[in-house]
Write a protein that binds this ligand. Structure first.
Ligand code: ADP
Ligand code: MG
Length: 702
C-alpha cells in the first residue's frame, strides 16, 4: 500500500503555517515583529495582521483551500467552525481571493446556540472570536473540501469567556507572572518566561462499524447501555502491549499521517488493557498548542476510523466490565530558555528551585483538591473514577519513596538525615544532590510525580484538556504568588524559601500518598486525613463556587465569579442532558428492540410447549425456560416503567442543580435496573433472535 511508504520528514507539518512557512513567505521585518509579539505575548499590531493574512491566504490557496474559518472551543467540549470563502466579487462579474488582517484576527459568529450558562441572553446573541496567534493556523482536508483553520478564543459581546481556551490562556499568564517572581527571587536573572508543558496520552476503543449501525446506544450515547459480559474479557492480560492487529495497525498508520501533516507529533501507539482498546501519545509541547492538538487528535481519530470501517469510541466507559478510557495529563513547567522546573538539577541551587516548584504543586493540589476533582467531572468519567482501573475519586499526590523521604524530612526543619544518609539542611548550600530518577512507578495514583513532570490521571478520554489544565495552572500560580510574596519581602531569601518548604511539608503532607490507591484501606485513611472523596460528579460540581475557589480564579484574572457560575451551570446541565439521552435510548431500545425479541422467542417456546405436550412427551423443561423468561420480562417491564417515571421527575425540576441531582440518584439507578433484566434476558434468548450485537462480537471481531 503506497500510503505506508511516506517520508515523515516531508510530511510533518505540511498543513501548518509554521515557522518555516512564515520565514519563507513573510518579509523579514514582519516575520521578526510577529515572532516578538508571540514570544512576549504582546497585542498584535494591525499593520502586521494584513500582511500576515495575505501571506496565509496565498499559502492556503496553493494548498487547495477555498475557505477559512475561525476555529474555537465552545463550552460543549467540542470544537466549532464556520467557514467563509476567500471570494470577493468584482464589478466585472468575476471574483478575486481576499483575506484581510481583520478577517484573520476577529470574527463575529452568532453565539446564541452555544452554551453560555446564562452569561449571554439570546437577544445579545453576538459572540466574538479572536485569533490566538500563539497556536499556528493550519489547513484541514475534509473530503474534497480544504479550509484554512484559525485557532481562536471565543467570548461574549461584553467580554466574558464562552470557551475552553480563554481561561487556559489567562491561567498561563498568571502562572508565568508568579513563577517568574519566584525565579527572580531565587536568583534566576536569565529566564524571561515560564510556561506549562503538556503531553496527553489519549486512550480510545476501535470497533467495527457494522456493529455500531445496529446499536442506537453507541450512536446516541457513545457507550453501550446494554450487553451481558463476553465469555472472555481482559482477564488474560493478553491485549496490553500485544502485537497489533493488521487492520488496527493500518488505522494507526493512517492516523499518524493525518496527525503529522497537522504538525501533531504522534509518537507512541500500543494496545491498551481492554480488548479493542488502544492508546496514542504525542511528544509534549506548550500547553496551549498541546490542548488544541488534542482536540484535533480526537477529531482525526474519529474521522480516520470511519475511513477504515471502524468506529472510534472516545467515551470514558464504552463497555461495562472492562477498562474504560482516560487521558493521562503529563504536565510540567518550563522556562523560555529550556529549564524544566520540575527536573531535579545537579547543583544545590537548582535543587532549591526544584523543591520549591515541586512543593508548590503539592500544596496547590492539597488546597484545591476539590477543584481538580470537579475539573474532570462528567457523566462519562463517573463510570471510571474509583472503579479499580482508574484512580479513585480521592485526589492525592504520589512522590515516590525517595522524594517522599525528602518531603517529610523538610517538615522537621534543618539538619535531619534522609534515607541515603545525606544531610538536608534548609539552607541551599547544604541541600544534597537529588537522585535523577526517583520514579518508582505507581499506576494507581491520581496525581503522580514521574521524574520531571506530574501526571494527572483522572482526566476523561473524551474531555477537553483545557479545563483540568487551567485549574492546575491557576492553583499553582496561587501558591507561587504566596511564596513570591514571602520571598520578596525577606532579606534572606534562601532562609525564607526553606521556611516555606517546611510549612508546606507540615501543612500539606496529608495529600501525599504513596501506597495503593485502589485499596479500601486508603479510603478509610483518606477520610481520617479529611481528604475529600467525591464519588459523583454532581457532588464535585456543586463545590466549584465555594468562596475560596471564586477568590482564586478572580484574584488571578482567570474567571470572574459570573464566568465560574456559568461554567458550573453548563457542566451540570451537560451532565443532566447526557443522562437524559442515555435514559431515553435505554427506554427506546428496551421497548422497541429487546421486548419484541423476547416476545417472539417466548412465542416460539410456547408453541414448543404445546407441540411437545400434544405429541405426548414431557414439555416441562420448555415450560421452565418459558417461565424463567416470563418472570425476567416482568421485571424488565416494570423497570422500564420506573425509569420513565424517574426521567419525567428529573426533567420536571426547574433548577439545574436539582435536576442533575435527580438524574444522578434517581435516573441512573433506574437505568441500571432495566439493564440488569435485559442483560439477563440476553443470556436466555436465542442468539439469532437477539437484536443487538453482543459484547463478544464487538470486542473481539474485526
Ligand atoms: P508513560 O510511561 O507514563 O506512558 P512517557 O514517558 O511515555 O510516560 O510520557 C508520557 C507523556 O508525557 C508523553 O506525551 C510525553 O511527551 C510527556 N512528557 C514527557 N516530558 C514532559 C514534560 N516535561 N512536560 C509535559 N509532558 C511531558
Ligand atoms: Mg503515562
Amino acid at each position: 500500500m503506497s500510503q505506508t511508504k511516506v517520508s515523515v520528514n516531508e510530511l510533518f507539518g505540511i498543513n501548518v503555517f509554521n515557522d518555516e512557512a512564515m520565514q519563507e513567505r513573510l518579509p523579514k521585518n514582519i516575520y521578526k515583529s510577529f515572532k516578538k509579539t508571540v514570544k512576549e505575548c504582546e497585542p498584535l499590531d494591525p499593520a502586521l495582521a494584513d500582511v500576515i493574512a495575505n501571506a496565509m491566504k496565498d499559502w492556503a490557496i496553493e494548498k487547495g483551500a477555498t475557505h477559512y474559518c475561525h476555529w474555537f472551543q465552545p463550552m460543549t467540549g467540542f470544537t466549532a467552525e464556520k467557514h467563509d470563502s476567500f471570494i470577493a466579487p468584482t464589478n466585472e462579474g468575476t471574483v478575486i481571493m481576499e483575506f484581510s488582517g481583520k478577517e484573520l484576527t476577529q470574527g463575529e459568529p452568532d453565539a446564541s446556540s452555544f452554551p453560555s450558562g446564562g452569561l449571554r441572553a439570546t437577544f445579545e446573541a453576538r459572540g466574538y472570536t479572536a485569533w490566538d496567534c500563539t497556536s499556528p493556523v493550519f489547513i484541514k482536508e475534509d473530503g474534497e473540501n480544504t479550509t484554512l483553520y484559525i485557532p481562536c478564543a471565543f467570548c461574549s459581546y461584553t467580554g466574558e469567556a464562552l470557551d475552553k481556551k480563554t481561561p487556559l490562556l489567562r491561567s498561563m499568564e498568571a502562572l508565568n507572572k508568579h513563577a517568574m517572581r519566584v525565579l527572580r527571587a531565587l536568583g534566576n536573572t536569565t529566564s524571561k518566561r515560564v510556561g506549562a508543558t503538556l503531553g496527553s496520552e489519549q486512550e480510545y476503543f476501535l470497533i467495527d462499524r457494522k456493529f455500531v449501525e445496529k446499536r442506537i446506544d453507541l450512536v446516541m450515547a457513545g457507550r453501550t447501555l446494554f450487553g451481558s459480559p463476553s465469555p472472555k474479557g481482559q482477564e488474560m492480560d493478553d491485549h496490553y502491549f500485544g502485537s497489533l492487529d493488521e487492520r488496527v495497525a493500518t488505522y494507526m498508520n493512517r492516523l499518524n499521517i493525518e496527525l503529522w501533516k497537522l504538525g501533531v507529533s504522534a509518537k507512541t501507539q500500543h494496545n491498551e488493557v481492554s480488548p479493542a482498546q488502544y492508546e496514542m501519545a504525542p511528544v509534549f509541547s506548550s500547553i496551549n498548542l498541546s490542548s488544541d492538538q488534542n482536540q484535533l487528535t480526537m477529531e482525526a481519530m474519529k474521522k480516520v476510523a470511519k475511513r477504515c470501517g471502524f468506529e472510534c469510541l472516545l467515551h470514558e466507559k464504552p463497555f461495562a466490565g472492562v477498562n474504560g478510557s482516560g487521558k493521562h495529563n503529563n504536565w510540567s513547567l518550563c522556562t523560555d530558555d529550556g529549564i524544566n522546573l520540575l527536573d531535579p538539577g545537579s547543583t544545590p541551587h537548582e535543587n532549591m528551585v526544584f523543591l520549591i516548584f515541586l512543593c508548590s504543586v503539592v500544596r496547590a493540589v492539597d488546597k484545591y483538591a476539590k477543584l481538580l476533582r470537579a475539573s474532570v467531572a462528567s457523566a462519562g468519567n463517573d463510570h471510571r473514577l474509583g472503579a479499580n482501573e482508574a484512580p479513585p475519586a480521592i485526589v492525592s499526590v504520589f512522590l515516590g519513596d525517595q522524594l517522599n523521604e525528602i518531603f517529610t524530612t523538610l517538615a522537621k526543619g534543618p539538619a535531619t538525615s534522609c534515607k541515603e544518609g545525606g544531610k538536608i539542611k534548609l539552607g541551599v548550600t547544604t541541600l544534597p544532590e537529588l537522585p535523577k530518577d526517583t520514579t518508582d512507578r505507581n499506576r494507581t495514583s491520581p496525581f503522580a510525580f514521574t521524574g520531571n513532570k506530574f501526571e494527572f490521571r483522572m482526566v476523561g478520554s473524551s474531555q477537553s484538556v483545557s479545563g483540568p489544565n487551567f485549574v492546575l495552572n491557576t492553583i499553582v500560580a496561587e501558591v507561587l504568588s504566596e511564596i513570591a510574596d514571602k520571598l520578596e519581602s525577606s532579606d534572606d531569601k534562601i532562609k525564607a524559601a526553606g521556611e516555606f518548604l517546611q510549612k508546606i511539608s507540615k501543612e500539606n503532607g496529608k495529600i501525599v500518598f504513596n501506597g495503593d490507591n485502589y485499596s479500601q484501606d486508603w479510603v478509610t485513611e483518606a477520610e481520617k486525613r479529611t481528604l475529600p472523596n467525591m464519588r459523583k460528579s454532581v457532588e464535585a460540581l456543586n463545590t466549584i463556587t465555594e468562596p475560596a475557589f471564586v477568590d482564586v480564579f478572580e484574584k488571578h484574572g482567570v474567571l470572574s465569579k459570573g464566568e465560574l457560575k456559568a461554567r458550573q451551570e453548563i457542566m451540570l446541565e451537560n451532565y443532566a442532558t447526557t443522562i437524559a439521552i442515555e435514559a431515553k435510548a435505554t427506554i427506546n431500545i428496551a421497548k422497541r428492540q429487546i421486548l419484541p425479541a423476547v416476545v417472539k422467542y417466548s412465542l416460539n417456546l410456547a408453541q414448543t410447549v404445546n407441540g411437545v405436550t400434544s405429541s405426548g412427551s414431557d414439555a416441562s423443561v420448555y415450560k421452565e425456560m418459558l417461565d424463567e423468561i416470563s418472570s425476567e420480562t416482568k421485571k424488565l417491564k416494570s423497570a422500564i416503567t420506573a425509569l420513565e417515571k424517574s426521567l419525567t421527575a428529573a426533567e420536571e425540576k426547574e433548577c439545574t442543580a436539582e435536576s442533575a441531582e435527580c438524574f444522578c440518584n434517581g435516573v441512573i439507578p433506574s437505568m441500571d435496573k432495566v439493564r440488569m433484566s435485559a442483560d439477563k434476558l440476553e443470556t436466555l434468548v436465542d442468539a439469532a433472535q437477539w437484536p443487538l450485537p453482543t459484547y463478544a462480537e464487538m470486542l473481539f471481531l474485526k
